[in-house]
Design a binder for this molecule. Structure first.
Ligand SMILES: Nc1nc2c(ncn2[C@@H]2O[C@H](COP(=O)(O)OP(=O)(O)OP(=O)(O)O)[C@@H](O)[C@H]2O)c(=O)[nH]1
Ligand SMILES: [Mg+2]
Length: 224
């Protein structure tokens, strides 16, 4: 229906075209928490397809899962870094899962906990056969940390696909966010890494449709 615009006492009919909305695959909204595991021996059966959210502590992994599933508190987001210390599994359907991995790089975590984290992550990455893709979440203000590079390198040397999210994009002005995106892409190209990088904001819901398209592909929904 046309809306009415008023200018200097005159009445003008203005036609505003409806905003083009991409329908989200409703399956994401039905994702449910499955279980937490301290190590992969107690994780759900290693079958089907799993996508893991990795990244520095406090980067915004849990918030990304909540935004992508349009659920407020599916994964526990927290202002306290290092909150997620377990592998948290979420069921998409009987053969597909998301995993919220514990964050790395939180300085205040005791050395023994860091060592345990390393061992657990190494085993998860090397042994988990159903792991099909990693969504590497980076705070746009602190991209490409040393550990991010280790994850990128690990994905390059394995069959696991990789998508990089530059999250908290709402913390920067649009131009600054675009510049960071370009410089991260440039840096990856210089290291001959070919990977998609996406601006994201769990607050403003930026980038959701593009990420769903990647997840749909990785989760092989078209094959059902
Ligand atoms: N402004 C803004 N804040 C965000 C965004 N995503 C996450 N945050 C905030 O950043 C903090 C950390 O978010 P989490 O999602 O808990 O981060 P995490 O990576 O899961 O952290 P750990 O579980 O500790 O490794 C919280 O206070 C969130 O509200 C975003 O896109 N924009
Ligand atoms: Mg978390």
């Amino acid at each position: 229906m046309p809306s009415i615009g008023l200018t200097a006492g005159r009445c003008i009919a203005v036609h505003i075209p409806p905003k083009k909305e991409i329908m989200m695959n409703p399956i994401y909204h039905r994702v449910q928490f499955m279980e937490s595991a301290a190590q992969i021996d107690t994780a759900p059966k290693d079958q089907g397809i799993e996508i893991a959210f990795a990244g520095r502590s406090n980067a915004g992994k849990s918030s990304a899962i909540n935004a992508l599933t349009r659920q407020k508190s599916l994964a526990r987001a927290s202002k306290t870094p290092g909150r997620t210390q377990l592998l948290n599994f979420f069921q998409i359907d009987e053969k597909r899962r998301f995993v919220d991995l514990p964050g790395y790089g939180y300085a205040k975590v005791p050395l023994a906990v860091k060592a345990q984290w390393h061992k657990m992550m190494q085993r998860y990455l090397n042994e988990r056969k159903s792991l099909a893709g990693i969504v590497l979440v980076m705070d746009i203000r602190h991209p490409l940390t040393e550990f991010d590079w280790q994850m990128i390198e690990w994905c390059e040397n394995s069959d696991v696909r990789l998508l990089i999210l530059l999250t908290k994009a709402d913390k920067l002005k649009y131009g600054a966010a675009r510049n960071t995106l370009l410089s991260v892409q440039r840096e990856l190209q210089q290291m001959t890494v070919s990977v998609s990088v996406q601006l994201f904001s769990a607050v403003k819901k930026t980038g959701i449709d593009e990420i769903h398209a990647v997840l749909d592909d990785w989760l092989e929904f078209a094959a059902d």
